[in-house]
Design a binder for this molecule. Structure first.
Ligand code: F6P
Length: 537
């Protein structure tokens, strides 16, 4: 039994060390010319330069010691070998199995899960090939042109992110559309101008009970039948991605058109399960296999590299350094690649639904900060929106900057301009601009306080040669495992999400009250708001 996090000697050593480091400036730390080399790590196709952090070699040693004190290696093995580490749901956590090679053996309740995973991947590939080639015909004999993925949360954000990220690998004639919000506007706008005869719906839901998805799926079904006028058309225009075969059948989708996954795949970790079908349809089975291989490379690095040379561990422990010692509340993810426009949004769920917890694994209230607020937008757009606050605001916001050496769209000098901004921002954030240099430039005295940049804003730079399917897989697995490490150190359960339940339960109670004017028994605010809605709907 490990001691409580804040009572461990490793934690206390970091507290003392923080007192020594909190005022150290990156300008001074960079007096050591070897610093960049010292704090740069390569793993597979990724390069991580973490030298622009407020750390010394001693900091990293102490952070790694803290990770060791949490039995991290043991927990990593427990995940990879299928132990039921999602204890509050009594489940294994095996998204890593989804990208394991055919000859791997990973057991859940004594059964090797790998053959079933590859059987579904083969089923997905056969189906994708048929749709992509036009062999799969709609009910009236026309090939599919539009694919509408109906899902939410992990059954939407991952496929959207990966589809956007790998758009240049996609079959352009196929129009992929994602519908998630229960707001009817989403599906109404999505279906504008579509021809049901050429449209395939993918109903993506692990549980097949989620209100938003089932509501959208039923509306899609109605829309489809309004045109095709025969229930038999559903078999040609609807497929399901789910763990719940019974509910899929009940909806009217033939289970032959269902792509299965399992309860040991968390929704926000499900992109490499059947939930990835829209991505496979877009980019083809070969590219999808390359994506899985990329994930597996990072999985293997995470499982085997020593903690001090382990990229997810380093990112995680740096996050803990700022979150728990510097008091940083958030973490920005800033990709300098338009294709990664949904990357931060994806990891908002990935991180915040995983580590937004305040109870330890043994059921006590945590006495330390846990998951940060994750946010971000692609550069350079963010520069013209919120970077001002990162540069000169009062909040410390550690940032991950991501970029690629080669553009997928090398048009004139766009890419070098993009990259110049990428390099400039981390430099400016780290080193700032002093009052002395402003004075030397002749800046009027009254403007100097406003134009001074304190600097010392920490950043990680993550780079790769090009955003290939494999590199995307490596990046996503990198962040998945970072989240895992932080959850282990914070002693919380990262793979349940009880916090989303209460709102769902209350919404179900309120729904009939919005349809029939019954007496309301909520608090005065909720009652009044519902009355206002009733009076004005
Ligand atoms: O937001 C809660 C949640 O359960 C997520 O964890 C999940 O990704 C999402 O809802 C969708 O769930 P499902 O795939 O079962 O429809």
């Amino acid at each position: 039994m490990t001691a409580k996090l804040t009572e461990r000697s490793e934690w206390k050593a970091l507290e003392l060390h923080y007192a020594e480091m909190k005022d150290a400036h990156l300008r001074d730390l960079f007096a050591d010319a070897g610093r960049a080399a010292q704090f740069t790590l390569k793993a597979e196709d990724l390069l991580l330069d973490y030298s622009k952090n407020r750390i010394s070699a001693e900091t990293m040693d102490k952070l790694i010691a803290l990770a060791e004190s949490a039995d991290l290696k043991k927990w990593i093995e427990a995940m990879f070998t299928g132990e039921k580490i999602n204890a509050t749901e009594d489940r294994s956590v095996l998204h890593v199995a989804l990208r394991s090679p055919k000859d791997a053996v990973i057991e859940v309740d004594g059964e090797n899960v790998i053959p079933a995973i590859h059987a579904v991947l083969d089923q997905m590939a056969a189906f994708s090939n048929k749709v992509r080639s036009g062999e799969w015909k709609g009910y009236t004999g026309k090939p599919i042109k539009n694919i509408v993925n109906v899902g939410i949360g992990g059954s939407d954000l991952g496929p959207v992110m990966a589809y956007e990220a790998l758009k240049c690998y996609s079959q352009r004639g196929l129009n992929l559309i994602f519908v998630s919000n229960v707001d009817g506007t989403h599906i109404a706008e999505a279906l504008q101008g579509l021809d049901a005869e050429e449209t395939l719906f993918i109903v993506a839901s692990k549980t097949f009970t989620t209100q938003e998805t089932m509501t959208n799926a039923h509306s899609a079904r109605t829309w489809c039948l309004e045109s095709l006028k025969d229930d038999a058309a559903i078999a040609k225009h609807f497929v399901a991605l789910s763990t719940n075969g019974a509910a899929v059948s009940e909806f009217g989708i033939d289970t032959a058109n269902m792509f299965a996954f399992w309860d040991w795949v968390g929704g926000r970790y499900s992109l490499t399960s059947a939930i990835g079908l829209p991505v496979m349809l877009a980019i083809g089975p070969e590219n999808f296999t390359e994506l899985l291989d990329g994930y597996h490379k990072m999985d293997t690095h995470f499982r085997t590299a020593p903690l001090a040379e382990n990229m997810p561990v380093i990112l995680a422990m740096l996050g803990i350094w700022y979150n728990n010692f510097f008091g940083a509340e958030s973490q920005a993810i800033l990709p300098y690649d338009q294709y990664l426009s949904r990357f931060a949004a994806y990891f908002q769920q990935g991180d915040m639904e995983s580590n937004g917890k305040s109870t330890t694994r043994s059921g006590e209230k945590v006495e330390w900060q846990t998951g940060p607020v994750i946010w971000g937008e692609p550069g350079t757009n963010g520069q013209h929106a919120f970077y001002q606050l990162i540069h000169q605001g009062t909040k410390l916001i550690p940032c991950d900057f991501l970029a690629f050496c080669k553009s997928q769209n090398p048009i004139s000098d766009h890419h070098v301009k993009l990259m110049a901004n990428f390099f400039a921002q981390t430099e400016a954030l780290a080193f700032g601009k002093t009052a002395e240099s402003l004075k030397a430039e002749g800046v009027p005295a009254e403007l100097i306080p406003h134009k001074t940049f304190e600097g010392n804003r920490p950043t990680n730079s993550i780079m790769a040669e090009r955003l290939t399917p494999s590199v995307l897989g490596q990046l996503v697995a990198l962040y998945e495992h970072k989240i895992f490490v932080q959850g282990i150190v914070w002693d919380i359960y990262s793979f349940d999400q009880w916090g989303v339940q209460l709102g769902k339960v209350l919404a179900a109670e309120i729904l009939p009250e919005l349809e029939v004017d019954t007496e309301l028994a909520h608090d005065s605010s909720t009652n009044a708001l519902i009355e206002y809605f009733r009076a004005n709907k």
